[in-house]
Design a protein around this ligand. Structure first.
Ligand code: MG
Ligand code: ZN
Length: 229
């Protein structure tokens, strides 16, 4: 009997980081740096070096700020964010090519949703952390914790979300820049990286493509699409 060979096209799904990826700068760092509470630098360094988990580090950073600063913190976070070039074009590219697009962000709801508002991304395609200003200090809430397969204490667990898209059915594409992307990158079929994520990929020997703008990513994806066609 003749063996049939199937060339099944897997569906592409993009998991795109927010801070330092969709936005030019890391908003958490920018906010903390701006209000400059004592002791933030050591905490931030420990998160980048993964000495401290992202969840405990980000909790500790925001706990340095009193809840009475709510409006100031929100206003600064939203107004300070600058969108990386080509983001809108990239969303259109995904739409036109039937690529599923998710924002998987280690950022916080009070700046992630307002900054993304002009782009009409469905709310259930945006994952981020929450915030609570009802106590004395700003508290971060964690509605998307690590599942049983992740011991990284991510806070917003990107690998937990990625596992809902099995590798048999999906080509999983990670776009990111830093520590919140390290674990997801290990699972990904394709990595677009900059900054700390590039360093990490090199360290781990993960194949990756560096980008500066979303136009770079469109170009690389389009080139691959033409090669596969
Ligand atoms: Mg980031
Ligand atoms: Zn996790």
């Amino acid at each position: 009997m003749k063996k049939e060979i199937h060339f099944e096209m897997k569906k592409k799904v993009v998991f795109c980081d927010f801070d330092g990826t969709i936005t030019v700068n890391d908003n958490i760092i920018a906010i903390i740096k701006h209000f400059n509470p004592e002791g933030w630098e050591q905490l931030a360094e420990k998160v980048i070096s993964t000495e401290l988990s992202i969840r405990s580090g980000v909790s500790a950073l925001f706990a340095l700020l009193p809840s009475t600063m709510e409006q100031e913190v929100i206003d600064f976070g939203v107004s300070n964010a600058v969108i990386r070039d080509g983001f809108r074009s990239f969303l259109q590219y995904c739409e036109a090519n039937d690529i599923e697009f998710y924002v998987t962000s280690g950022g916080i709801d009070f700046f992630v949703y307002p900054v993304l508002k002009p782009f009409d991304i469905p709310k259930d395609h945006i994952y981020c952390n929450g915030s609570d200003f009802s106590g004395e200090r700003i508290a971060i809430t964690w509605p998307h914790p690590c599942d049983g397969q992740c011991n990284n204490d991510c806070g917003m667990c990107k690998t937990t979300i990625m596992r809902r898209f099995p590798a048999e059915d999906y080509t999983r594409i990670v776009i990111g820049d830093s520590v919140t992307d390290f674990e997801g990158a290990k699972l990904a079929d394709r990595i677009f990286s900059r900054s700390h994520l590039t360093t990490k990929c090199k360290e781990l020997g993960l194949s990756h493509t560096e980008y500066e703008t979303f136009h770079d990513i469109i170009e690389a994806m389009e080139k691959e699409r033409m090669e596969q066609a």
